[in-house]
Design a binder for this molecule. Structure first.
Ligand SMILES: Cc1ncc(COP(=O)(O)O)c(C=O)c1O
Length: 412
């Protein structure tokens, strides 16, 4: 465009690797394990329509501009919702955001100068990597094992870090992580808040999936942080209605100390003035009745059923060719192939077989050659999951260099 230079951070923009896959999702016959989407069958359109009518009958509030911090009624409802998760806070502690993605972006704006160090999990949710890269952050990838963030490795990084390389914050999805599906044990949670306290950094706990536990509720990191005697809680809590109600509402929130949320609200003023007041009031009306809990109960059972279908199909069809941890909630399986295969060849073979997943490399700041795949069982039906795994197995067979004697994948 003319000769006007783009801002440095957009000089050669790289889009989200997940959004780049959209072009394949709607190909005829495609079974997608790619998106972190709620199941269409679990979106309570009737309940939301009724909530919408009630919201609009209060026309003036729903159709006007609103406060940047969010509607008082929604902040009250979200504080009440938080307390059921052990995140005890008042309405004043809540900043309503346009999805929790915006909450993270606001934190990056108020904390990160170009060159600042931020720690993330590896693998990590790609949109956070994108926001950090745009802000010019230096990103340190902290490995994840079958139980989430590897606290021993993190401790070792922190013990050897130079003052200039200390992180401002560490970003984590400790409960049913995207993409690894892992659940950070309580002992590691305690150790993580201890490290934050000892080394003086914040922990951003991103928790869109915590309510989707297949068994007992999980205590948050935020709660752990509150237990620190005589210390400010180092944990900032983010969550969202996207996975439990509907992503189209674009309702997320942040629970943070006042000096943080005030600055985030100022940053939000120039982004969107306020989150859609209509959508906020729909959310208030929806959360008032018993439909939220009912939808949640159905969603937990249905996602558990789909997870079981995917785990059983992967195990029976692929045996030891893939290793993964069975998730205890959320939407994702992180499956790593034990086979020496070309990730590009595998992806193209899968697309040719009409099955889609997100290649593992998408979840790293510096993409490695990865044989991992993020598989979501949330949106496809059980039948589609079984067919999709069958197609994935054929793609794996195609992409694997064959030894001279013919073997099946379950032999590997
Ligand atoms: C870990 C994580 N954080 C944030 C988001 C964004 O959620 P929202 O729709 O609330 O912006 C997602 C969506 O997939 C996610 O998986």
């Amino acid at each position: 465009m003319n000769n006007i230079e783009f801002a440095q951070r957009f000089a050669s923009p790289l889009g989200s690797p997940i959004r780049e896959l959209f072009k394949y999702v709607n190909l005829p016959g495609m079974i997608s394990f790619a998106g972190g989407y709620p199941s269409p069958s679990l979106l309570d359109s009737t309940g939301l329509m009724e909530a919408g009518l009630r919201a609009l009958s209060d026309g003036s509030n729903a159709l006007q501009y609103g406060a940047t911090e969010g509607s008082a009624a929604l902040r009250e409802s979200l504080a009440a919702l938080c307390s059921t998760r052990g995140v005890h806070c008042s309405a004043d502690d809540i900043l309503v955001t346009t999805g929790s993605q915006q909450a993270f972006d606001l934190l990056v704006r108020v904390f990160v100068e170009p060159g600042d160090m931020v720690y993330v999990e590896a693998p990590a949710y790609p949109a956070t990597l994108q926001a950090l890269k745009q802000a010019g952050a230096r990103i340190k990838e902290c490995p994840v094992d079958q139980d989430g963030l590897d606290i021993d490795q993190l401790t070792s990084f922190l013990e050897h870090v130079e003052a200039a390389d200390r992180p401002k914050f560490l970003y984590t999805v400790p409960t049913f992580s995207n993409p690894s599906g892992t659940l950070l044990p309580q002992a590691r949670r305690a150790a993580l808040v201890g490290l934050a306290q000892q080394h003086g950094f914040l922990v951003v706990e991103d928790d869109p999936y915590g309510e989707l536990s297949f068994d007992a509720p999980i205590a948050t990191l935020f709660e752990r942080g509150k237990l620190l005697a005589h210390q400010a809680n180092p944990v900032i809590y983010l969550s969202s209605l996207s996975k439990t109600v509907a992503p189209g509402l674009r309702i997320g929130w942040m629970v943070a100390p006042k000096d943080v949320s005030r600055r985030c609200a100022v940053a939000k003023q120039t982004m969107d003035l306020c989150t859609s007041p209509l959508n906020q009031l729909i959310a208030v009306e929806y959360l008032k009745g018993d439909r939220y809990q009912a939808t949640l109960t159905t969603s937990r059972a249905e996602y558990a059923r789909r997870m079981r279908a995917m785990v059983d199909s992967l195990t029976s069809r692929l045996g030891n060719a893939l290793s993964f941890v069975e998730p205890r909630g959320g939407m994702f399986i992180w499956a790593v192939s034990a086979l020496a295969l070309d990730p590009q060849k595998l992806f193209h073979a899968a697309v040719a077989n009409n099955v889609l997943y997100v290649p593992g490399a998408a979840f790293y700041a510096i993409p490695p050659s990865s044989t991992a795949m993020r598989l979501s069982y949330a949106a496809p039906t059980v039948g589609e999951i079984e067919d999709g795994v069958e197609r994935l197995a054929s793609a794996l067979l195609f992409a694997t260099p064959q030894p001279s004697t013919c073997r099946s994948l379950t032999d590997v």
